[in-house]
Design a protein around this ligand. Structure first.
Ligand code: ARG
Length: 584
């Protein structure tokens, strides 16, 4: 019998069964299975210790009782007790081989992983830019982290609904429409429409600061729009179309897709219900004409209001987001909702979630899980928010173009013999991949310093390093006249035996645990760290154990390890949204 894909959860199940066999089914025993320090084993269960202490039993004796009931595992594992009551599991080489033989393609890895979130629907709200503004470098985080999270969840069996919650409503449109009507330059609009819209907004904003009459005129345009005036509605549509075209181009470049683009305006006709229900349940109250929610149990939000309708009756970000929560719960039947924005919106989402919990509980609605997937800022090398020399934010369009240009120079230096079209293609994968990977490799909660030199380096935890590791494995197979996916190469493989082989095999088997961790916390950097370590483990193996040897069994098992390292590296990078290459 071969091991299931997810060895840690297999152990978890076995440990729980052992506890019930001891008559402890409902005593809350948590096995706490983790990937272990390789010195002790492959996996360890720490839960016996805490449980025994709580139950006033001798931890080591209790752990031994559990181990005595794990007889079925001994075919695949060596079991041992350590310290005061830790249980260690070491996979036997036969079990390692069986696992490696089963998970022989990206597709089979996916079928193994797919039980994790089977039957769960996740709505992921990501990118979600505001209309009529160019995307700048800060926008990249939400896009690449969001795309990676969607791919990871889907790989692990979830049904993912990708929703781009465009900021297409709000007070900015009054100024923009006024600017469009009064300050427009048609030539500029034809040349670079989004650029011109951005200029118009800024100019109108400046004009209304100077002249109160302009401010009034802009407000009047907004009221007309909100009352459905046909001319302003048409302009609003046109502005959204222009923005959407520019955004789509960036999404195409980054390989990002959405199932829905339900912007803020989509919720206009769904706000009345929110106000009514929150007032009827007395969750919201009137305060100086506005409708607000306080959370008396919270240190700050007992006095800091969550304004859900402004005193002039207008809706705001809170109103549309409440309606969005309801729509996602009822229409999409979401089991979980994840919204990606930078960390500055933490208060908003905390208040939104506190309010939603009370609202859904009182109206007897099923409460989905909610996650504000927040992230830090991208800093320049001076440690301040990254800017161009003139102090403007760096346009994403320009950043991506520069990434490809720099990567092209690198590739040309390394492989001048390749035809230019191929060098361009490699530069695209390396350049865009480098920008993307640099973002994903950081814990998303932290700010990080953007440095071209670092992200394009072939050393360290970078895209070029990992992409190169992949091409190196491809070239091993090219040299012996096979493709890397050819199953004939590994025919007759025997169990891993050398230290290098064993360590690499173990690292490969722990892929499943990394997927668990990464999706549980929605933090792609865990997967990045794992891939980087896997590539390192591969180098160690490759330096110590010659692959192309005469002994057919040894050669086959080493080629098996090469193949499996390759598919895990490729699968991992594809989950992160990178395109991989066969040579570079
Ligand atoms: N448009 C917002 C911004 O640019 C992000 C929207 C995130 N999604 C949401 N449902 N609030 O900051």
């Amino acid at each position: 019998m071969s091991l299931p894909f997810n060895v840690a959860s297999h152990l978890d199940t076995a440990l729980r069964a052992a506890a019930s066999a001891l008559g402890l089914a409902d005593r809350g025993f948590e096995p706490e299975v983790r990937v272990a320090d390789p010195a002790h084993g492959d996996f360890q269960a720490n839960g016996a210790l805490a449980f025994a202490k709580r139950e006033k039993q001798n931890p080591r004796a209790f752990a031994q009782q559990i181990v005595d009931r794990l007889g079925d595992l001994t075919a695949d594992f060596d079991l041992s007790l350590a310290g005061p009551g830790f249980i260690n599991f070491r996979l036997k080489p036969t079990a390692l081989l069986a696992w490696l033989q089963t998970y022989d393609s990206e597709q089979h890895l996916q079928s193994g992983a797919a039980t994790l979130y089977q039957g769960q629907r996740f709505v992921v709200d990501f990118s979600s830019p505001n209309t009529a503004k160019q995307m700048h470098v800060g926008h990249i985080r939400g896009m690449v982290i969001g795309e990676a999270i969607c791919r990871l969840l889907a790989f692990c069996g979830a049904e993912v609904v990708r929703d781009n919650h465009i900021g297409d409503w709000g007070t900015g449109f009054g100024k923009l429409i006024w600017g469009y009507k009064n300050l427009r330059n048609d030539q500029a609009l034809a040349r670079d429409p989004l650029e011109e819209l951005e200029r118009l907004y800024k100019a109108a904003d400046a004009a209304s600061k100077e002249n109160p009459a302009t401010l009034d005129a802009a407000r009047a345009e907004l009221v007309k729009l909100q009352n459905g005036d046909p001319e302003n509605t048409a302009l609003w549509n046109q502005i959204n179309t222009i923005s959407a075209a520019a955004f789509t181009e960036i999404y195409r470049q980054l390989g990002i897709r959405f199932d829905h683009q339900l912007g803020e305006s989509f919720y206009n006709d769904k706000l009345a219900q929110v106000y009514e229900e929150l007032r009827a349940t007395q969750i919201a109250e009137d305060s100086q004409g506005a409708l607000v929610v306080f959370h008396p149990e919270h240190a700050r939000f007992k006095t800091q209001p969550f304004i859900i309708r402004k005193s002039d009756g207008a809706s705001n970000y809170a109103s549309t987001d409440l309606a969005t929560m309801l729509y996602r719960a009822e229409h999409f039947k979401a089991d979980a909702i994840a919204i990606l924005t930078d960390a500055r919106q933490a208060d908003h989402f905390e208040q939104l979630w506190l309010t939603t919990q009370k609202w859904f509980t009182q109206t007897k609605r099923r409460l989905p899980r909610f996650e504000h997937v927040s992230f830090g800022a991208i800093l320049g090398e001076d440690g301040k928010a990254i800017k161009t020399r003139t102090g403007d934010p760096i346009r994403l369009k320009a950043l991506l173009a520069e990434a490809e240009e720099r990567a092209f120079a690198l590739v040309t230096e390394k492989s001048p013999e390749l035809p230019e079209t191929e060098r361009r293609d490699i530069a695209n994968a390396v350049g865009i991949g480098a920008v993307r990977y640099a973002d994903l490799a950081q814990n998303r909660s932290s700010d990080y310093v953007f440095s071209w030199e670092k992200i394009l380096s072939f050393e360290g935890n970078t895209a070029p390093y990992l992409l190169y590791a992949i091409t190196r494995i491809h070239s091993i197979f090219r040299k012996i006249g096979l493709t890397a996916y050819d199953s004939a190469a590994a025919q007759g493989a025997t169990t891993p035996a050398t230290d290098g082989e064993l360590a690499l095999a173990r690292k490969l088997v722990s892929f499943a645990s990394v997927l668990n961790l990464t999706t549980a916390q929605l933090r792609p950097h865990y997967l990045c760290t794992y891939l980087y370590e896997l590539a390192g483990q591969f180098s160690t193996f490759y330096a110590a154990d010659k692959v192309i040897v005469d002994d057919p069994a040894v050669r086959a098992r080493r080629l098996l390890l090469c193949q499996r390292t390759l598919i895990v590296l490729e699968a991992g990078l594809h989950l992160l949204g990178l395109r991989t290459l066969e040579r570079m």
